[in-house]
Design a protein around this ligand. Structure first.
Ligand code: PMP
Length: 288
């Protein structure tokens, strides 16, 4: 099964009166997240250009979703998979990675610590790294995939006025912004980020000293910083009013979308990276 062709649905109860909000549900991908798209494109390209040899170990630094997508491809194609991940990653993520057969190396120092560790392993000749932070196929997955699907599936005559996505490696924002502005000139591109001192799994702040080389935010028109507790609040609200069980970064994206529609009106489309299953051991569910 290939990633993509995920459903685009309306969230009529979350949208403020007089506005419309549509969401693309990225947990309908093979391993349950938007990162299946990048994993597929990066893996296919590395096989095609001969850089990834048959049976060679794959090494990747990831907070979870890219690793889960790559671990599935490694398993299906006969490659050992080594994942360097922050030691703060949730138990659900680690269990899922192990279930896909990956070897886990837990590293201190957050995502940046994981990147440094993976780089050291590759320099020591231990395997091939697709390196999602610097791999342009991470962007192409959205330029040639997600953004074309959005344009194809958009149900209204008028294009949306706002597009919202979470910033992590920047693959999603870079690829979609480049794709969408070609057809929907004038659309506002909103980058949704955590505060540097209040992380949200899978997301990165533009204030973080490490900015992924693959990220080009030049088409971004608006930037939103969202507290993790605010994101958790929107996760619970979305469950209650739309009956959709979204992950924390989706909660952040939806907060920014609802807030903007509330202030400015219009029609918005939001990319929701994953569902809530991997976050059950964290807020808001852990306190229930
Ligand atoms: N949300 C979640 C849950 C993620 O795993 C990621 C990937 N890091 C993102 C958002 C951001 O996506 P991207 O890497 O394409 O910027």
């Amino acid at each position: 099964m290939q990633p993509g062709n995920t459903p685009l649905v309306e969230f009529p109860h979350l949208a403020p009166p007089g506005t419309r909000l549509f969401a693309k549900l990225e947990w309908f991908n093979p391993t349950g997240s938007i990162k299946d798209r990048a994993a597929w494109f990066m893996f296919a390209n590395a096989v095609e250009n001969g850089r990834l040899k048959a049976g060679q170990p794959l090494i990747e630094a990831t907070s979870g979703n890219t690793g889960i997508g790559l671990a599935r491809l490694a398993l299906l194609n006969g490659h050992p998979m080594v994942i360097c991940l922050p030691d703060t990653a949730t138990e659900e993520r680690k269990q899922l990675l192990r279930a896909y057969g990956a070897e886990l190396i837990e590293v201190a120092g957050g995502p940046n610590g994981a990147i440094a560790h993976a780089r050291a392993l590759v320099e020591g000749g231990e395997g091939h790294m697709l390196y999602q932070y610097g791999n342009r196929w991470n962007v192409y997955a959205h330029f040639f995939g997600t953004s074309l699907e959005l344009i194809r599936d958009w149900p209204l005559e008028q294009p949306p006025t706002h597009f919202f996505a979470a910033y992590g490696t920047g693959g999603t924002l870079t690829g979609n912004s480049r794709g969408l502005v070609r057809r929907w000139t004038g659309i506002r591109i909103h980058s949704v980020e955590p505060f540097v001192d209040d992380p949200i799994s899978g997301m990165r702040s533009q204030d973080d000293p490490f900015q992924p080389p693959v990220a080009d935010l030049s088409l971004v028109t608006d930037r939103h910083e969202v507290r993790s507790s605010t994101a958790g609040g929107l996760v619970a609200t979305t469950m209650h009013v739309e009956g959709q069980f979204v992950g924390t970064s989706s909660g952040a994206v939806l907060h920014a979308a609802v807030d903007t529609l509330d202030r400015e009106g219009g029609t918005a489309v939001a990319l929701l990276p994953d569902a809530g299953w991997k976050y059950l051991s964290g807020p808001p569910w852990s306190s229930m």
